[in-house]
Design a binder for this molecule. Structure first.
Ligand code: SAH
Ligand code: SF4
Length: 441
C-alpha cells in the first residue's frame, strides 16, 4: 500500500516538473514514505534520517510515522523540514516551498484521504496496484493500522472499474487489488457488494489477463470467492491468508476472530475448490504471554498447512494498541526467546518452501518481470501463483510478459529460461523538461 502511495507522490511531483533521481545527495527534496507496523521499520527511517547529508535539501516524512508521531519527528530528527499526511498530497508543492523557511507539519483528516484522485507514476506498466479499500476496522490487538490509516473505507466500485478499464486500455495486463482486508470490501456501502463480485467484474475487463489480491482475512473470506477463483482463469490461484498464531489462546488475545480449526477449514476448502492454489501467510512469534506450548501449536500449524511461503515477524510492541496495554498482564516474551522461536519457525517454513518449489521444475509459466535482482545478471519476475522467478537479464527485459520454462528451484525462488516474449517492454516517453528540480524517495 505504501509503495503504491509513493507512486502517487511521484505522479504529483513529476506533474509539477520534478524529476526523480536515484542519488539522494543530488535531490532538492528527499521524501520518506514510512511504515509503523513494526518498530524495526521505524528504526530504519530514524537511521536513514541521521545519514542524510545533502545541504539545502528539503527533507520530508510522510506515511504512518507522520500520522503516529506528528511534530515529535522534528524533535528527534531536527533535520526534517516537513511532516505531512498523504491526504495533504495535493498541496505538496506549496508545502515544500513553505518548509524552506520553517518546519511545517501538515496532517489532515486521514478519513478524507483521496489519494487515488492524484496522478500516478507507476513503477511498472504491465502490472499495476489498484486499491479497493483504505484503512482497517478489525483492530487486531497488536496492530497500529486502524490508528494510522483510519477505519475501513471502501472505494466506490465504479471508480475501481474505471481505473482498471483505463489501465487495460493503456496496456496493463495484471492488476493487484489492495486492501488491508479485501474480504470486507463494500460492507460500509448502503447497498453492500461482496468482494467476490468485484473480483468477477475486474477479471472480465478486456485486456486484463491476471488479477491478484491481498490481503485476505480468514474471518471475512467467503466461499463464493473460491468459486470465482476457480471459474475465472484470469483470477490468479494465489491466496495470502495470514494466520498469525496456531494457538487458540493467543488468537483470542490477538482478537483475530477465529480459531485454529476455523483457519484450517478455510484453507482446506480453498484447496478443494481451487485446484493448484498457492497459499502464503503471515506469522507473529512472541506475542505477550505466548508459552512454549502455544508456540508448538504454531509450528504444528505450519507443518500441517504446508504454505508455499510465510512472512514471519517477531512481535513488536506498538504503543497504545490493546496488546501493548496487555503486556504487563500477560507477560512480555524476552528478545532471546522471540529470536529462538523466529529462527525455529523460519527453519521449518524454509524446508517446506524449498520442497514446495520443486513442483514447478520442468513446467512452463507466464512470468511478468518486475525489477533487477540485487545480485547477479538476473531480473525478478512473478508467476500467476506469485512465485518469484529469476530470469537471465540479457533475455528478459523488465516490465514484459514472458513464457518461461522453469529450470531449477532454490530456497525461495525459481530459475527459468525464456521461451517466448509474449508482451515486450513498452517504451516510455522521455521526460522533456530541462531545468528540473530533483526528488528522491
Ligand atoms: N492487513 C493485513 C496486513 C497487516 S500488516 C492482515 O491483516 O493480514 C502485515 C503483517 O504484519 C500482519 O499480518 C502481521 O503478521 C504483522 N504485524 C502487524 N503488527 C505487528 C506487530 N505489532 N508486531 C509484529 N508483527 C506485526
Ligand atoms: Fe492490522 Fe488486523 Fe487490520 Fe490486518 S486485519 S490491518 S492485522 S488490524
Amino acid at each position: 500500500m505504501n509503495v503504491h502511495d509513493s507512486e502517487h507522490i511521484s505522479g504529483v511531483l513529476e506533474k509539477a516538473g520534478y524529476q526523480r533521481t536515484d542519488l539522494p545527495q543530488e535531490a532538492d527534496v528527499v521524501i520518506f514514505n514510512t511504515c509503523s507496523v513494526r518498530k524495526s521499520a521505524e528504526d530504519k527511517v530514524w537511521g536513514a534520517l541521521q545519514a542524510i547529508s545533502g545541504k539545502g535539501q528539503v527533507v520530508a516524512v510522510c506515511g504512518c510515522m507522520a500520522r503516529r508521531l506528528g511534530a515529535d519527528i522534528f524533535t528527534r530528527a531536527p533535520r526534517v523540514n516537513l511532516v505531512f499526511g498523504v491526504e495533504e498530497l495535493g498541496k505538496i508543492v506549496d508545502l515544500i516551498e513553505m518548509s524552506k523557511n520553517s518546519q511545517v507539519l501538515a496532517l489532515g483528516n486521514v478519513d478524507d484521504c483521496e489519494i487515488d484522485s492524484h496522478p500516478t507514476k507507476r513503477n511498472n506498466f504491465l502490472s499495476a496496484w489498484v486499491p479497493i479499500s483504505y484503512g482497517c476496522s478489525r483492530f487486531c490487538s497488536y496492530c497500529v493500522v486502524p490508528y494510522v490509516r483510519g477505519r475501513e473505507r471502501s472505494r466506490p466500485f465504479s471508480e475501481i472499474l474505471a481505473e482498471v478499464d483505463s489501465l487495460a486500455s493503456e496496456g496493463t495486463v495484471e492488476v493487484i487489488l489492495l486492501g488491508q482486508n479485501v474480504n470486507s470490501y463494500g460492507r460500509d456501502f448502503q447497498e453492500p457488494i461482496g468482494f467476490a463480485e468485484v473480483l468477477d467484474f475486474v477479471a472480465s475487463v478486456e485486456g486484463i489477463r491476471r488479477v491478484k489480491f491481498e490481503t485476505s482475512h480468514p474471518r471475512d473470506i467467503s466461499y463464493s470467492l473460491f468459486e470465482v477463483m476457480r471459474n475465472r482463469e484470469e483470477v490468479c490461484p494465489h491466496l495470502h491468508l495470514p494466520f498469525q498464531s496456531g494457538s487458540d489462546r493467543v488468537l483470542k488475545h490477538m482478537r483475530r476472530g477465529y480459531d485454529r480449526q476455523f483457519y484450517l477449514d478455510v484453507i482446506n476448502h480453498a484447496r478443494e475448490l481451487v485446484p493448484g492454489i498457492s497459499l502464503t501467510t503471515d506469522i507473529i512469534v512472541g506475542f505477550p504471554g505466548e508459552t512454549e506450548s502455544d508456540f508448538e501449536d504454531t509450528l504444528a500449524l505450519v507443518e500441517e498447512a504446508q504454505f508455499d511461503f510465510a512472512y514471519i515477524f517477531k512481535y513488536s510492541s506498538r504503543e497504545n494498541t490493546r496488546a501493548y496495554l496487555l503486556e504487563a498482564e500477560l507477560g512480555k516474551i524476552s528478545e532471546a526467546d522471540k529470536t529462538r522461536r523466529f529462527l525455529e519457525v523460519s527453519r521449518l517454513q524454509d524446508e517446506i518452501t524449498e520442497r514446495a518449489l520443486k513442483r514447478f521444475v520442468g513446467r512452463e509459466e507466464e512470468v511478468i518481470t518486475l525489477s533487477h535482482a540485487k545480485k547477479g545478471p538476473y531480473v525478478i519476475g512473478r508467476t500467476a501463483t506469485n512465485h518469484i522467478v529469476l530470469l537471465p537479464e540479457k533475455d528478459a527485459p523488465i516490465d514484459s510478459l514472458i513464457r518461461a520454462r522453469i529450470t531449477a528451484s532454490g530456497k525461495h525462488a525459481l530459475r527459468g529460461e525464456v521461451q517466448e516474449l509474449l508482451i515486450p517492454k513498452r517504451v516510455e516517453p522521455l521526460p522533456c523538461a530541462e531545468n528540473v528540480l530533483r526528488y528522491s524517495g
